[in-house]
Design a protein around this ligand. Structure first.
Ligand SMILES: [Zn+2]
Length: 166
């Protein structure tokens, strides 16, 4: 105990009686250790980040084509996702368009985690593909029902049951 300093800690100015004269207090030591860990993590996060661009207004981004009038809602959701997942930057150089092709006047540059950006781009593309496939399959199903009705393999009652199922 006699080696403890009565002088305040050089870090926080608190007096900790058992603090060795040439060291900071235990709380400051913990904070320094934490800061080192945080710095390492932040550097790692910065390494994983890229600059991307997208339109500030949802309708400035690439249109999501749908026959079921969900385009606007989907575009708004992707806009929100882009907004929430990124932070602004003054850097104005990137070829990565997060939400598809946009006009040069509408470009807004942001920093975002690389994996997250790739995931948003993939998700947006797959949503478009899914909408197209659903439409094609629905059309095919509808056509085969009509064919069944035409060639007599499907009764009018069955046809009504099948088409009113939803
Ligand atoms: Zn201290």
């Amino acid at each position: 105990m006699s080696r403890g300093s009565k002088k305040p800690c050089p870090g926080c100015k608190e007096v900790e009686h058992y603090r060795p004269a040439n060291e900071v207090c235990s709380e400051c030591a913990r904070l320094l250790k934490e800061a080192a860990w945080m710095e390492e993590r932040l550097n790692k996060m910065a390494d994983d980040e890229i600059v991307v661009m997208y339109g500030e207004r949802y309708h400035w981004n690439k249109y999501i084509y749908s026959r079921a009038s969900v385009s606007r809602d989907l575009m708004k959701i992707f806009q929100r996702l882009a907004e929430a997942a990124s932070r602004p930057t003054t850097k104005r150089s990137s070829e990565v368009q997060l939400l598809g092709d946009i006009d040069p006047f509408a470009q807004k540059y942001v920093i975002i985690n690389k994996l997250l950006a790739e995931t948003i781009i993939d998700l947006r593309r797959e949503v478009q593909v899914a909408l197209e496939l659903e439409y094609k399959q629905g059309k095919k199903d509808g056509t085969s029902l009509l064919m069944g009705l035409a060639d007599g393999s499907l009764s009018a009652q069955d046809f009504n049951d099948r088409t009113n199922r939803r």
